[in-house]
Design a protein around this ligand. Structure first.
Ligand SMILES: [Zn+2]
Length: 263
């Protein structure tokens, strides 16, 4: 069964089950330390989306990814391509509105880059308001944080950006492209702070301050990539696919509710 949106013909789009959940991965092209490539967020996000498609092919369609994101705060590192948040919201909602126009009614914006999280939340809300269809946004690590914590080797602070989690998954997928000999652990967890710590699987970020990335990380890393293993990467990816598949099943069952104008 075809799960790749781009491989469908227009007649197939016309005739396809419109309750299939359309997954749109939005990522970034940016520094991931000296040990990982610029395309890390896209490779990982699409591995999750394609894993879900393989697991439940009759329930999903996977869109070509949007490989650029909201990350101007990274631009002191060579290679970063940044998109203004207003542009990204407009671009993503043009995609979702196109899908709605063709009759699709269940969309998952699957985020794989931290700073896209609030942007995609807004894009999803805007889609619901402007089209009436269902549009959900989720960052894939949030879906599987319990399972990440059951597997991880690093302490709190070890999974933030280009840290244990991302390095392990990329190493599992493409061992030749991850250079752990260049990786340095940069765990910036501050035990004294109640509000400003960030670990993708252990919470934090209760209050938000996003500084220039070059002010807080000497080489772009935040976390403990040197602890990454391909074995843990396989377990992390499996957890992300399982939980995202569960989310897809739930989105597919969500009722389409009518509005009621109380004027
Ligand atoms: Zn990343």
């Amino acid at each position: 069964m075809q799960t790749d949106y781009g491989k469908l013909s227009w007649e197939e789009v016309r005739d396809i089950d419109k309750d299939r959940v359309v997954i749109l991965n939005v990522s970034a092209t940016e520094d991931h330390g000296p040990h990982m490539p610029l395309d890390t967020d896209t490779v990982l996000g699409m591995a999750v989306a394609e894993g879900v498609a393989k697991a439940i092919p009759d329930q999903v369609l996977v869109m070509p990814p949007i490989s650029y994101g909201f990350n101007e705060h990274h631009k002191d590192f060579p290679g970063v391509i940044w998109i203004q948040p207003e542009t990204l919201i407009a671009f993503v909602t043009d995609v979702t509105k196109s899908l709605a126009h063709h009759g699709f009614r269940r969309i998952l914006l699957l985020n794989s880059h931290g700073s896209n999280h609030p942007v995609l939340d807004l894009a999803a809300r805007k889609t619901v308001i402007e089209t009436g269809i269902l549009c959900v946004s989720a960052s894939y690590w949030n879906l599987c944080s319990d399972k990440i914590n059951a597997v991880r080797a690093s302490d709190i602070g070890g999974i933030a950006h280009a840290g244990e989690f991302e390095a392990a998954i990329y190493k599992y997928l493409h061992p030749d492209l991850v250079h752990l000999e260049k990786a340095q652990n940069q765990n910036l967890h501050d035990g004294k702070s109640k509000f400003f710590n960030l670990d993708l699987a252990r919470g934090g970020g209760k209050a938000m301050l996003m500084r220039w990335w070059s002010s807080v990380s000497p080489d772009g890393t935040m976390g403990d990539p040197a602890l990454a293993t391909a074995e843990n990467g396989e377990a992390f990816l499996k957890a992300a696919i399982e939980e995202t598949a569960d989310l897809v099943r739930e989105i597919r069952e969500l009722p389409l509710l009518e509005r009621k104008d109380h004027h």
